[in-house]
Write a protein that binds this ligand. Sequence first.
Ligand SMILES: *[C@@H]1O[C@H](CO)[C@@H](O)[C@H](O)[C@H]1NC(C)=O
Ligand SMILES: *[C@@H]1O[C@H](CO)[C@@H](O)[C@H](O)[C@H]1NC(C)=O
Ligand SMILES: *[C@@H]1O[C@H](CO)[C@@H](O)[C@H](O)[C@H]1NC(C)=O
Length: 268
Amino acid sequence: MRSSIIYSSLISCLAAVTAAQTTPVWETLPPTPQLPGNPAGTLTEINGVKIWHAELGTAVDGQVPVLMLHGGFGNSDYYGDVVKSLMAKHQVIVMDTRGHGRSTMDSTPFTYELYASDASALLETLGIAKAAWHAGRARLRLRRGHNPQSTNATFSSSATYAAFIGRATKEYAALQPNGDLKAFAAAVETLESTQPNWTEADFARIKLGAKVTIADGQYEEAVVLAEPALLNSWIVGSQRVTLTNVSHFAPLQDPDQFAAKVEEFLSA
Ligand SMILES: *[C@@H]1O[C@H](CO)[C@@H](O)[C@H](O)[C@H]1NC(C)=O
Ligand SMILES: *[C@@H]1O[C@H](CO)[C@@H](O)[C@H](O)[C@H]1NC(C)=O
Ligand SMILES: *[C@@H]1O[C@H](CO)[C@@H](O)[C@H](O)[C@H]1NC(C)=O
């Protein structure tokens, strides 16, 4: 009797270990971290809305400040562990995109041009003339496709997507108790299903060459797998980086590798 109990608990223990080992990290959505020190941040009026932002680390001579722009439905906290590494050497600015996280929205439809205008106005407000951007768009690192067809059609039926949307919904309610989730979700959905609508000719106008890095995860599941090579060929002279053993949610799955790649990008 005693030995069979030990035996069965040993089996379930082994089963738990095996399960943990067989779910690769790129198929998981690790917990959303906090930003270092969980900063209260600042709300600044920009283009008619209030943009939440926080500055971490300190400016270092000869190092450009780094602006981290999170993805759709997310918020700055997703970069918490990445910022923890980067802030040792850089001034890091995080901002919640309009409508997202702690930033407010109005009835103006979301566009990537408006997002970019918000970001550059924030940098101007902070007195920063030049910064490195890590973006779902625009020193410049890209993580999105050139048009809605660049979204992988299977992504929205994946378990990771369901987990992310469930989590993002709860985070939105916590960060923005008076927010209008329905209006926010509709605005993001409209944006992501219709924009961007950029062509090779549009990308050819980016003359930053090697200052642009096209980065993706080895197991990217949100953007079609052919997209990084395509954008890399369209932005003449751009760099290309693939993060190992991670998916679209690389900042949660392997923040140290993510930060190391950003450091390489900044020192190039
Ligand atoms: C995308 O842009 C092309 C021109 O580059 C235009 O013909 C097409 O209608 C646009 N599509 C959408 C959905 O805006
Ligand atoms: C979409 O994602 C799945 C799962 O990661 C992958 O197997 C498939 O090849 C991707 N499709 C395209 C067109 O990139
Ligand atoms: C990637 O994951 C595989 C399977 O879990 C592991 O064997 C490999 O060592 C990992 N590679 C890196 C570079 O972490």
